[in-house]
Ligand binder design. Structure first.
Ligand SMILES: [Fe+2]
Length: 282
């Protein structure tokens, strides 16, 4: 696994927040750019990517890699990600342990993979291809899943560990997703985190979720709940400092609300880690 620097506390750079964040750049330590919103775009979007690069450390996060999908890996997509990473000065690139396209169709959704040894083998091979093609640290995010398969052979943590260790890649640990999965499927989220290869955590995601009927949905459209921050503290106590990002993608609040969420995470990290670790410079 390629080492990554500690970047501090960041937020996703979303269009309605561009102005406010560029006006107060010191409020965040780094930003995450959504690959699939910026790929192949020129004009104002490319201008913002370059301005972000000149303002903060940046990282790339995507949803369309479909690392476990049935179609061959899209090497042209990877080359365009590499070009974007270069333009953005990105420190690393992440996507999800799932599939999101197949049989030539983009589903615009993160579909869970069966937690089987066969799936591990397939994903490991494909992650190795991604890493060789991109020459950039690469990580997979643990997704929130709303179905589990009768064919599953491995637990959530066992499946993640087998892929990450087999491919020798990083983990983007979404603490909210672990919590949401525990609400929907049972189990102790602390046990899941404790069973993960925590030396591979390259970044943490925090976000809000909402209950819709019997299901808890990872909406990225609400403030974080305290149990997620407690789980974040539990995680940091085991990992040490990890670059932490607030995701808010739906019902976007004013930038001030997003920044206050980042400050909540910063306060938890300071309480767990003692003196605030100094992030690396832009
Ligand atoms: Fe996430």
């Amino acid at each position: 696994m390629r080492p990554v620097p500690y970047l501090g506390h960041g937020v996703g750079l979303r269009r309605p927040h561009w102005e406010a964040l560029f006006a107060t750049p010191q409020r965040v330590d780094f930003v995450e750019l959504l690959v699939d919103n910026a790929l192949g775009r020129g004009g104002r979007t490319r201008g913002v990517v370059e301005r972000a690069r000149d303002t903060w450390p940046t990282v790339l996060h995507g949803v369309a890699l479909s690392i476990g999908g049935p179609d061959p890996l899209d090497l042209d997509y990877l080359d365009r990600v590499a070009e974007l990473a270069h333009a953005a000065g990105a420190r690393w690139y992440t996507d999800h342990l799932c599939w999101s396209s197949g049989f030539g169709v983009e589903y615009h959704d993160l579909i869970p993979l069966p937690a089987t040894r066969e799936a591990v083998e397939r994903v490991v091979e494909r992650v190795r291809t991604v890493q060789a093609r991109l020459h950039l640290p690469f990580g997979l995010e643990n997704p929130s899943v709303y179905v589990r398969y009768a064919d599953d052979e491995l637990s959530e943590a066992e499946f993640l560990r087998a892929v990450l260790e087999g491919a020798d890649c990083g983990l983007l640990l979404d603490v909210n997703n672990v919590y949401v999965n525990s609400l929907n499927h049972g189990g102790d989220p602390r046990e899941v985190i404790a069973a993960l290869p925590l030396d591979r955590v390259m970044q943490i995601h925090l976000a809000g979720h909402e209950r819709v009927g019997d299901v808890v949905i990872d909406t990225h459209g609400a403030p974080m709940v305290d149990p997620v921050l407690d789980l974040y503290a539990y995680t940091l106590a085991r990992t040490g400092p990890v670059s932490t990002l607030i995701e808010w993608d739906n019902d976007l609040p004013p930038a001030e609300v997003l920044l206050a969420e980042s400050d909540r995470a910063r306060a938890v990290a300071a309480a767990v880690l003692g003196e605030r670790p100094v992030p690396c410079p832009a």
